[in-house]
Design a protein around this ligand. Structure first.
Ligand SMILES: [Zn+2]
Length: 169
């Protein structure tokens, strides 16, 4: 098992050779939405590294755990988040495009943190049918109590966008 730093010096001397790494490490505290990645649980990853032209491509997936308040009842809620990883590392990296190779090593922490943050739920629910803190006094909307909430057609457009982005990677 590897940690957040992976040596790539040997890999750079053998272009085209693939190496598989699996590992786990604790993230630094961070969170973009009301849900935050838990820094008391390791993120895990399974990645394939390959050097080409002085760069190292890193592909695979990462998984972590998040916690945050339910948007209806505010109770602490937890879940797992999984993200695809497809990134390029190089010496003299371009911020926003590639990640740095420093002293023959790459640091997975900022890469996996960014990938997982993008997959966090924007508005967590403790369970799909959570009725809120006092359902008798403050019932949620008819849609929430009924079988299938009507979907805003704009969300369907977002779903399509998501699929397109993944197939491009
Ligand atoms: Zn709830």
């Amino acid at each position: 098992m590897s940690g957040r730093y992976l040596r790539v010096r040997e890999l750079l001397r053998e272009p085209g050779v693939q190496r598989h790494d699996e590992g786990a490490f604790a993230l630094e505290p961070a969170g973009l939405t009301s849900a935050a990645l838990r820094d008391d649980r390791d993120v895990t990853y399974g990645l394939t590294l390959e050097a080409r032209g002085g760069r190292v491509t890193v592909r695979g997936s990462a998984a972590g755990e998040w916690s945050g308040p339910c948007r209806r009842c505010l109770q602490e809620t937890r879940g797992e988040v999984v993200a695809d990883v497809d990134e390029i590392f190089e010496t003299g990296a371009t911020p926003g495009e590639t990640w740095p190779i420093t002293d023959g090593c790459i640091d997975l922490e900022p890469v996996l943190r960014e990938a997982l943050l993008l997959e966090l739920p924007l508005a967590p629910l403790c369970r799909d049918d959570c009725a809120g803190p006092a359902p008798d006094r403050y019932p949620t909307t008819v849609d929430d109590a009924g079988a299938a909430p009507a979907r805003d057609p704009r969300w369907a457009a977002l779903d399509d966008l998501d699929i397109d982005e993944r197939s491009d990677q």
